[in-house]
Design a binder for this molecule. Sequence first.
Ligand SMILES: [Fe+2]
Length: 440
Amino acid sequence: MEMGAFAAIVVFCGLMPLAFGVPPTWKQPEQVHLSYAGVPGSMVVTWTTFSEADSVVEYSIWAGKLFELTAKGQATLFMDGGSEKRKLFIHRVTLTDLKPAVSYVYHCGSDSGWSDIFYFTALKEGVGWSPRFALFGDLGNDNPQSLARLQKDTQIRMYDAILHIGDFAYDMEEDNARIGDQFMRQVESIAAYVPYMTCPGNHENAYNFSNYRNRFSMPGNTESLWYSWNIGPVHIISFSTEVYFFIKSGLDLLFKQYEWLQKDLEEANRPENRAQRPWIITMGHRPMYCSNADKDDCTQFNSHVRTGLNDTDPPAPGLEDLFYRYGVDLEVWAHEHSYERLWPVYNYTVFNGSRNEPYVNPKAPVHIITGSAGCRERIDPFVPDPRPWSAFRSVDYGYARMQVFNYSHLYLEQVSDDQYGKVIDSMWLVKDQHGPEAWL
Ligand SMILES: [Fe+2]
């Protein structure tokens, strides 16, 4: 064929969809990620297509007959708030009756397009096992330094779940939410293999947190804003610190969440529940305490998250008293792009278990800030002198690992990516007793 004619055909074909006013269809699944639905034996698979398509997961036990099981779900239309009003179809399928500790392979999509094949191991059941976690916050598209290491950890099955403590992508809504798409593609490398549990951060605030609310599928009915779940001997409470900061449209969410937190903590503290799941761990994005040199909320004595808002009508309660009152064992945070381990602390006072063993039977909750996974905003430096409640600090990029061994023992360590995976800090939190009585 003559070059001219060939070029004409190429141009014509390229314009065809536009000429007929039909956008190209895009039913290929992408951005696959898992979350735990909060019900034993379940797992939620979430993914995105850019055209309407069915929501199907085909799966099977590892090494079994491939794709012999099928589960169906639904897609919701998410229209981004940017000028292009881009449309995403977010598909959700809940797998049920999974066998504990059994590995499955799956792909998702529909007959119009299937994803790659992924695998996961269903969570163990009951309370007599020792779940392992990766924890971090503030992971972006640009400079996601810890991601490759997290990926390898995940591939060698180091974790039962990953906790992303707010701030994703930087920022998901940018470039008409293409940055969000790109981020979800990047974290597919870990999130399609283990439950990827989240809470919102300040970087998700655009269009009323719509990218966050739409893209994730956490338990409960709050569009992933706050929820709790159980894993082994642990009750994990995820919540939004952002209700203390984005209050232009009112304090509704703040009070709703506070009420829910109170109820959830009450329930988790019923003697029969706490006996089963002694560990209560909270995750929220912005810390109550930090010793960074950036004038953030956590550097203020009366941080909003810690003591609430006094200039609103009515005043809004903070969270330190609440968490102390219900005997929360460990509070994990991010937002500061650094790592900081605190001594057991309440009301700016250190309550170590003893001089030699500060984390053995501490008399107050322990706080960990791990927000240095890597993002375009780089690292947040510290003030030169650590505060009296600050036990260890690092500005290396990295993330934390945690394993809750049993009723009494929890292990947590911080990995430095700058130092090629070296563990730069570790802590054994040991408790013979849980709940508010443990403070006495
Ligand atoms: Fe943040």
